[in-house]
Design a protein around this ligand. Structure first.
Ligand code: A2P
Length: 327
């Protein structure tokens, strides 16, 4: 395999750092790794394999050439620079939602729709879905394929890391302040201080009362599962957890199915662990993920009236980065 020239845009962020670690531990031959960020990080030195890479300011670079450019610096940066890298021949793998609903941009979860990348997209851009959508569709796919789903209702319990390093820092600072008996610092990244709190809002609230995060969950699930009429309602909640997004999912099926059948289908999924039983051994929590690279499912249960419930947890930073790399 020929060595690949890679740029990471947003290399100093939470996602960028995970991406560098994953690249380091992969066998991928890398001819050049270019680390790009905002001007505030210029000159930072980051280790990659046996080399030290100096972070460069994105807005000062002259050439945007690369074989692959990973973007994780927010929507505005992707929208401005993604097409510039793609125009110079890079395959852009974007983490923001800048192009997710563009029909020329595949939305890819390798375990779900690998054929979406059978040919290089004309746009030169591939989108990585929202992290909580990745784990959700990976758990839903076998069920929506086998059964007729009337509707899906879910609540996500999203960790601070979904808001990047600044989100994690805000949670940790607020927690330290509360434990020391001080008032929490003013919330900048979340709508309210997150420490010892639960916030029923992830992303901006639209005029219909839905948040953008909730809207993305519906649109992305429909696109990824190829079900344009899927009925899915979600409530996204921010919780004071550093990393790891749980989701409680409730499925109403048209037919009556035995819980064993549901469990059997889930055990066949790749990179997936289904647990049956009690705490730690029997169900995953953000602090007890046995393998950060996989999606964990537990508490599969059937209510007498038919709906099926699942508890899904994944390491949102790593599961997403692996989706990135497998792209
Ligand atoms: P920097 O660290 O220099 O601000 P996170 O999601 O963890 O907050 O990380 C966001 C990433 O995106 C960081 O690497 C950040 O760089 C980068 N970033 C933010 N704004 C820009 C910008 N305008 N140009 C380039 N990189 C940016």
């Amino acid at each position: 395999m020929r060595a690949i020239d890679i740029s990471i845009i947003g290399a100093t962020g939470a996602v960028g750092a995970e991406l560098i670690k994953l690249l380091e531990s992969s066998q991928l031959p890398v001819s050049r790794l270019r680390l790009l960020a905002s001007r505030t990080s210029v000159g930072r030195r980051l280790r990659f394999r046996d080399e030290i890479c100096i972070v460069e300011p994105l807005d000062e670079i002259d050439d945007t050439q690369a074989d692959i450019a990973f973007f994780s610096a927010g929507r505005a940066v992707s929208a401005k620079y993604g097409p510039l890298f793609a125009a110079q021949g890079a395959l852009v793998i974007d983490n923001s939602n800048a192009f997710r609903m563009n029909p020329d941009v595949p939305l890819l979860v390798p375990q779900i729709n690998p054929n979406a990348l059978a040919a290089r997209p004309r746009s030169g851009i591939v989108e990585n879905p929202n992290c909580s959508a990745i784990q959700l569709v990976r758990a839903l796919r076998p069920l929506v394929t086998a059964f007729h789903v009337h509707q899906i209702i879910l609540t996500t319990y999203q960790a601070a890391s979904g808001g990047g390093l600044k989100g994690i820092d805000e949670l940790l600072e607020g927690s330290r302040a509360a434990l020391a008996g001080r008032a929490p610092p003013r919330a900048k990244h979340f709508p309210f201080p997150l420490a010892f709190n639960v916030i029923p809002q992830v992303g901006e609230i639209t005029s219909e009362g839905v948040t953008l995060e909730e809207r993305k969950r519906l649109q992305e699930s429909r696109k990824l599962l190829g079900l344009p009429h899927l009925r899915l309602t979600s409530s996204c909640v921010r919780v004071p957890v550093v990393n790891g997004h749980p989701e409680a999912v409730y499925l109403e099926l048209e037919e009556s199915v035995h819980v064993v059948q549901v469990r059997e289908l889930l055990t066949l999924e790749p990179d997936f662990r289904l647990s049956v039983g009690g705490p730690h051994v029997g169900y995953p929590t953000p602090r007890h993920l046995t393998d950060p690279a996989i999606v964990h499912v537990a508490r599969v249960k059937v209510n007498p009236e038919n709906p099926y419930c699942l508890w899904i947890v994944a390491d949102n930073l790593k599961v997403r980065r692996l989706t990135h790399l497998s792209s």
